[in-house]
Design a protein around this ligand. Structure first.
Ligand code: UDP
Length: 376
């Protein structure tokens, strides 16, 4: 497959999940990729170390975006992306998911009439309280190529009147991210040892969404349930997102952390390794809902809505902060080896590990068309 010319595909990222899910695409694009980082996640633990660990090329960094209100993040990134695209016009812009960075990338591509490729198109939570829902709907309206992960995602797009000719069901790039980044068994065993954990005998938890962190009642309800599991003898490992740490301190909830093993946010390989052997994961993350289906582990999703119903069929269940977390956790934990074996035997509903390759093929076809148009 002939590849697009050097730095001709602008890949706009801004947060941890975008780095994870676009790594394989950027690797396959090789010199054709121009990685642009808006700085939405500016924390070393959520961004800098991921660029290194995932082996991504040095990005062009934008400034004045991280930690700012949503409108400023989008506006500042849009203005700077427009300058980058004017100086070095790409043949296509790739954005992933539903972040402010992705929306800014989409608007910047649209303003300069550059074809826009949306990776992970067609997710819908139908929850208008989530800024991400507005971002993904807007990006899908603007995109020229919508890479849907599943047939359900395609159906969401068709229902909104988006023509089928713009949609490609590629699978989700998270599948190959997990396959490539999961450490080998010996390395995983060493990591579990370091945390004093035995396989299939601990809970891994992450909490960072505003709906769980910004309301002290919700935050304490989640932490209380995790603390109760730990006090019952089930070790609970909690890699703490910087936002959550801040909110816990502000709300005076530090005492609820005492029974838990609290760490800084983990690198991607370490997180996958610990998720791979957890008896149960409790999380409000989007990407983790997909990753557990590849790793074959059960998940309690602490959120009021999900845009990933595919994961809810076998691997995950949606609950609100409160006693339902503990009740459901005990049901999963009681299902023991048989429960884990059942999940391990199921295929992920999110794809076959070839999504990035399919998307790169589309980009190569673009490059060929634009070369022909220039020659004509
Ligand atoms: N993750 C990680 N280290 C951690 C916690 C999560 O590498 O300590 C990864 C996780 O595997 C997933 C991604 O971060 O791929 C999810 O990011 P986040 O939850 O911030 O975003 P979301 O997926 O909810 O948009």
């Amino acid at each position: 497959m002939p590849m697009p010319p050097a730095r001709s595909v602008a890949v706009v990222v801004g947060t941890r999940p975008e780095l994870v899910k676009l790594t394989e695409l950027v690797r396959l694009l090789g010199p054709a990729a121009h990685l642009i980082h808006t700085g939405q996640h500016y924390d070393e633990e959520l961004s800098g170390r991921f660029l290194q660990e995932l082996g991504l090329p040095e990005p062009t960094f934008l400034t004045g975006v991280g930690g700012r209100p949503r409108a400023v993040q989008i506006g500042a990134a849009l203005a700077q992306l427009d300058e980058v695209f004017a100086a070095e016009p790409p043949i296509a812009v790739v954005v992933q998911g539903d972040t402010n960075a992705a929306l800014a990338g989409a608007l910047a591509a649209n303003s300069r009439d550059i074809p826009l490729v949306h990776v992970e198109a067609g997710l819908r939570s139908h929850d208008r309280d989530m800024p991400e829902e507005h971002n993904r709907v807007l990006i899908d309206r603007l995109a020229d190529v919508l890479c849907a992960a599943t047939e359900d995602n395609r159906a969401n797009l068709l229902a909104e009147g988006i023509p089928d000719s713009r949609i490609a069901v590629t699978g989700n790039t998270v599948v190959e991210a997990v396959e490539r980044q999961l450490p080998a068994p010996a390395e995983r065993a060493a990591l579990l040892d370091r945390y004093g954990l035995a396989p299939d005998a601990y809970v891994l938890a992450t909490v960072h969404r505003p709906e769980n962190t910004d309301d002290p009642d919700a935050l304490s309800a989640v932490l209380r349930e995790l603390a109760a599991l730990a006090r019952d003898g089930m070790p609970v490992l909690l890699p703490l997102h910087p936002r959550t740490r801040g909110r816990i301190e502000a709300a005076g909830l530090d005492h609820l952390l005492e029974p838990l093993t609290v760490t800084r946010p983990l690198g991607y390989g370490a997180f996958l390794a610990l998720a791979r052997h957890a008896a149960l994961i409790v999380s409000d993350s989007g990407g983790v809902q997909e990753e557990v289906t590849v790793l074959g582990r059960p998940l309690i999703v602490v959120r009021r809505s999900t845009e990933r119903p595919e994961a809810m069929r076998d691997f995950a269940a949606l609950v609100r902060p409160g006693p339902e977390i503990g009740r459901l956790a005990r049901v999963w934990l009681d299902s023991g080896r048989a429960g884990l074996d059942r999940l391990a035997s199921l295929d992920s509903p999110f794809g076959d590990g070839l999504a990035s390759r399919r998307i790169v093929e589309r980009l190569a076809a673009f490059a060929e068309r634009s070369a022909l148009a220039t020659a004509a």
